[in-house]
Design a protein. Structure first.
Lengths: 218, 188
């Protein structure tokens, strides 16, 4: 049974601790960004940000403003399309770890031609992988593979101060996700678990995915 | 990113494509070759305190050969229980940032240049200026002739990182000098 994450967006305060913790653990450098009128910064995932809190606001029918936070990351799919597409060009460029279910971009991903790398990026239903222009490797969340293999929590989960993020055995995470969903449905009747059968990073969303991010769910 | 390829793959991903390819057995053993070595292996773990806000979350700093390798929240500390916000989570970046001054910086009055100063020079300079200000400005009596011993030209800005005991000592020291304006960094 692989490992899974639960990301309960109804608890997220968008402190972006996960985003920074991820950056620090992976020794990723700062990048130049601009103030674009939103707290979502940098504006998109990139080779120096494997985790990004996305911000989205909209008005409800009764005129209230909803401000939704979406800590975006690789979903570590149970059947990873990125891997299938990469395998057609360079077998082993993207691998799936048996024990944890982690989907990992290896050094072989640098052997992908620019076109193939682009195909892998576009294959991802969640718009996650990014091409590092320096190393030519595909980059994305690696489930903190070194930490998880050594019995530690992924850095984002470890850092989360609000209990938004949980990590553990898939069966336990699914059970907890269902428990939380039942509770949240009382306040947000449209709440759902995004693609829970297909992914190991299960987002609990309070509203339709459009109110979070275009690629929040399949 | 709205390519037709993605739309196509969305349609078939749960179907034929992924099952056939992932079951052909492209080696799962390769995952073992992926870096499993923990980067904080053989590091000395030192507890420290996040320098940002008044919550004072405790952190564990991992050090090897005098180099800071990583920082993370201390799960044994009852306040943050291992978690950290964006500021606390960025301690490694902050510490290793080339823009971080590691020596006291001094800008002389009317100067437009910062000068690096010695750690010993700085407290001496502060002590001399405090003494100078107090000797010059101490108000012994008010207009009615009552003893006030008040020093209005100095104020104390406290830090979230002072413990109760340190605050008590600071408070007594400041009151001893006659300082009446005492405030705290977290209120600013």
């Amino acid at each position: 049974m692989p490992k899974s994450f639960l990301i309960d967006t109804t608890r997220c305060t968008a402190c972006r601790g996960c985003q920074m913790a991820c950056k620090d653990w992976h020794n990723l450098p700062a990048i130049e960004t601009k103030q674009t009128g939103t707290h979502q910064n940098p504006p998109d995932l990139n080779p120096c940000n494997y985790k990004l809190v996305r911000f989205h606001e909209h008005k409800t029918a009764d005129g209230r403003v909803m401000w939704n936070f979406f800590p975006d990351q690789c979903r570590h799919c149970i059947h990873p399309v990125c891997k299938d597409v990469a395998d057609m060009a360079v077998p082993g460029a993207i691998i799936q770890d048996e024990a944890t279910g982690a989907i990992l971009c290896t050094e072989k991903s640098a052997q992908l031609s620019p076109e193939d790398a682009q195909a892998v990026i576009e294959a991802c239903p969640y718009n996650i992988p990014r091409l590092d222009p320096v190393t030519k490797m595909l980059t994305k969340c690696d489930m903190c593979f070194d930490r998880v293999s050594n019995g530690l929590l992924p850095m984002c989960v470890k850092s989360c101060p609000t209990g938004t993020m949980l990590f553990g055995e898939r069966s336990e995470i699914l059970a907890e996700a269902k428990k939380r969903l039942a509770k949240i449905k009382k306040t947000f009747p449209k709440a759902f678990l995004a693609d829970q059968r297909d992914v190991n990073v299960i987002f609990l969303l309070a509203e339709e995915k459009e109110h979070y991010y275009e690629y929040a769910a399949f | 990113m709205n390519s037709t390829r993605r739309a196509f793959l969305k349609g078939v991903s749960a179907g034929v494509l992924c099952i056939s390819l992932s079951q052909l057995g492209f080696d799962l053993t390769e995952a073992k070759a992926y870096a499993k070595e923990l980067k904080i292996k053989n590091c000395r773990a030192v507890t420290s305190v996040c320098p940002f806000c008044a919550v004072c979350c405790q952190v564990i700093a991992y050090e090897r050969n005098g180099e800071l390798i990583a920082t993370e929240g201390d799960p044994d500390f009852p306040i943050n229980e291992g978690s950290l916000c964006a500021k606390g989570a960025s301690l490694w970046s902050m510490y290793t940032n080339k823009h971080r001054p590691t020596k006291p910086m001094y800008r002389a009055p009317y100067s437009d240049k910062w000068v690096e100063k010695d750690w010993d020079w700085t407290p001496d300079r502060i002590a001399h200026l405090v003494k100078e200000a107090r000797d010059k400005d101490l108000i012994l009596k008010n207009e009615k002739g009552q003893t006030v011993n008040r020093l209005e030209s100095v104020f104390w800005m406290g830090t979230s990182h002072a413990s109760n005991e340190e605050c008590a000592a600071i408070h007594q020291a400041m009151k001893g000098l006659g300082v009446v304006s005492i405030d705290h960094q977290a209120r600013v």
